[in-house]
Structure formats: structure tokens, C-alpha cells
Write a new protein. Structure first.
Length: 364
């Protein structure tokens, strides 16, 4: 099944001169006919606009909040936030269905190593464009018109082999025909639409490595780094369940025969949760499932607080300086928490309990 393949290299930025991806003997990717449909409206084309007049579509990502996009860390390494344009649901050169915006800040995972289990990050956006089309919610939620809903895997494991789906913006398509001779209906003769059309592929995940890499035989190409990998489940089982962030072709047991993504569990799940937001109108339970923390507290809840305060800080003129995310509730975190509470009309005591958490996890 995996004996014949095509290995592609795709020139990206100077900081990542080539990333390889694997396509099987018959390329089964299909262009998405309507990117306003769910979940394709959540999936973003990431474009480098550092060279005036020469935008460079380079990666993919997924909205997980009104201002937060989950992607591969290597898509952000060496980038200047102001030169990164984010376009959810992009469809070639048509007007963006949900608008576009620039990045305000880039957050790369602690201990980042390209194509490894720490190759993930988040883009914080200048504008809350997720409010126009929605986003991939952490807990299962159905936006109006969506009968299935979406969620993020929280169980820490999935059965393998199992069917998974991946969608993003490959740098080798559209083309007149795919490997194996299949015609591409999104190809337009004489018009360069490369890396601006969204494609989906449905195939099998083979295994989860001990280091936290999900390996699958879905066809991908450069430009799809940062794409969401999900399982399509019934609504009562989580709906479209996000399980991994695509990063590259595989370098492990299935080297040159499969592709790989960072599996969402452990520290990855903690990072995603810290940047995900409840949808408008949703009421988080109690303290949104978070403990009350204060000056002197330490641990995962403090790290989440620091990540969330930083989102507010980078989009708010006059806010305190961004915090170091170290899980230690010190004097700078206390000052930022007090400033956040004051800005939103909360009790200004620096104690982050139910009211503060509920404001931190809902759109602002």
C-alpha cells in the first residue's frame, strides 16, 4: 500500500528553505468547493507580505478563537508578526469570505524543534475576524447552520489505524492533473492560483509515536504545514474532533511513505486550551473549569493565565508589557491581572477566580 510515493520539496522562506511532504501513488486530494462551509471556514491561508507587491502564501492554520490561529511552529519561526496576513476560508483570488487581517504577535511552543512534537504555535490577530465565521471550539459546539459541530481531542488517545481528514493550502496545486492522472476541477489554464486554493484529503492515521507524533498516509504538500488533522465523528461524540497539527513528511518508521502531525495531548493540549475561546453567548461552567489562583500560585493554570493575559496585552494600547510564561504568579503577572480586571469592570484584587476566568475565556 505504501510502496510507491512521491516526495515533494517546496521552497518556503529563507528560514525554512525546503520542507518535504509525501504523496501516494494516486493523489487523492480534492479542492474544497465551498470554503464557507464547516469546518473549512475556520481554516486559514497564511501569507507573507514582507515584499511589497509579492505576497507569498506559505502555510495553513486553524482559528481556535476570534483572534487566535493554531499552526505549525516552523511557519512562525523568523517571521515578523506585522508581515503575516491571515485569510480564513480563502478561495483563490476571490474576495476573502470572512475578511483578512495581520498578526499582532506570534507565540511558538516552548522547546520548539521543527517537525518534532514541539512544532506548534499560535498567531494572535490584530482583529477578531473569527467572529465573522466562527472558529474550531475546544469543547463541542455547533455554530448556526452546522449540524455536526467541532471540538478538540481531550481524551489523549485515538484508535489506530483510523480515518482522519486534513485540509489546507498546498503549494503544488491547483494543477491540470494530479499524480495518477486525476483531473483537477479547480485548475484554471493560464491563471496562477498556487497555494491559494483549499484542498482536503481523507485517509488513514497509522499510529501515534511515543514522542507524540501522529503518522498518516493522507496526501500533503508544502504550504499545508499548520493544517488541522481531524476525525469526523457524530455530534454526540465530539463532531469534527481536532487531533493534530500537520507539520511535514514523516522521518520515522514510515519515512518517505507517510506524513506527520503533532498529536494533541499533554503539553500540546494545555497550550491549545490556553489559546482557545468559548463562542459568543456560551456560559462557561463555574470558573470555566479552572482553579482560583493568586500571587504566589504556580503551575499550569498560571501558565494559561499568562498566555491569556498576553493575548489581551498585545491588542490593547497602554496595557502592561507582555509576560514571560513561566507558570509563576509573580508581581508582573499580578499587575497584569489587576489591569485586566480594571479594564473589564471586575473586582480589582489580583485574585483570578470565577469572574476573571469567565472573562478571560470568552471573546474580547
Amino acid at each position: 500500500m505504501y510502496d510507491t510515493y512521491q516526495e515533494l520539496t517546496f521552497p518556503t522562506q529563507e528560514f525554512d528553505p525546503a520542507q518535504f511532504e509525501v504523496i501516494g501513488p494516486v493523489d487523492t486530494r480534492s479542492c474544497v468547493p465551498d470554503t464557507r462551509a464547516f469546518p473549512f471556514r475556520f481554516i486559514c491561508n497564511l501569507e507573507d507580505v514582507s515584499v511589497p507587491g509579492s505576497p507569498f502564501p506559505m502555510c495553513s492554520g486553524t482559528l481556535i478563537g476570534p483572534r487566535t490561529v493554531l499552526t505549525a511552529g516552523h511557519c512562525l519561526e523568523g517571521m515578523a508578526a506585522a508581515t503575516l496576513r491571515v485569510i480564513p476560508g480563502r478561495k483563490a483570488h476571490q474576495p476573502p469570505p470572512f475578511g483578512d487581517t495581520r498578526a499582532a504577535a506570534l507565540v511558538i511552543a516552548p522547546g520548539f524543534i521543527s517537525t518534532g512534537p514541539t512544532d506548534y504555535g499560535v498567531i494572535i490577530l490584530r482583529d477578531p475576524i473569527g467572529t465573522r465565521g466562527g472558529w474550531w471550539t475546544f469543547d463541542n459546539f455547533r455554530w448556526p447552520g452546522d449540524t455536526v459541530g467541532a471540538s478538540v481531542l481531550q481524551a489523549g488517545n485515538i484508535p489506530t489505524p483510523t480515518e482522519v481528514r486534513i485540509a489546507g493550502y498546498p503549494g503544488d496545486l491547483p494543477a491540470a492533473s494530479h499524480l495518477g492522472g486525476r483531473r483537477d476541477p479547480c485548475f484554471v489554464p493560464g491563471v496562477d492560483l498556487t497555494a491559494t486554493v483549499q484542498y482536503i484529503d481523507i485517509n488513514q492515521a497509522l499510529r501515534i509515536s511515543s514522542s507524540g507524533i501522529l503518522e498518516y498516509v493522507n496526501d500533503t504538500a508544502g504550504g499545508m504545514s499548520g493544517s488541522p488533522v481531524w476525525r469526523e465523528l457524530p455530534a454526540n461524540l465530539g463532531g469534527r474532533t481536532l487531533v493534530a497539527v500537520h507539520v511535514s513528511g514523516d522521518t520515522d518508521e514510515f519515512s518517505d511513505k507517510a506524513n506527520r502531525g503533532v498529536f494533541i495531548r499533554g503539553p500540546v493540549l494545555e497550550f491549545v486550551r490556553a489559546h482557545a475561546f468559548y463562542p459568543p453567548g456560551a456560559t462557561p461552567p463555574g470558573s470555566a473549569g479552572r482553579p482560583t489562583i493568586r500571587f504566589g500560585s504556580k503551575g499550569a493554570a498560571v501558565r494559561e493565565l499568562q498566555y491569556r493575559l498576553n493575548i489581551w496585552i498585545v491588542i490593547t494600547p497602554g496595557a502592561p508589557a507582555p509576560l514571560k510564561v513561566d507558570g509563576d504568579f509573580g508581581s508582573k503577572t499580578l499587575a497584569a491581572a489587576r489591569a485586566f480586571q480594571k479594564a473589564f469592570g471586575l473586582l480589582v484584587d489580583g485574585i483570578v477566580g470565577p469572574q476573571s476566568w469567565n472573562r478571560l475565556v470568552t471573546p474580547f
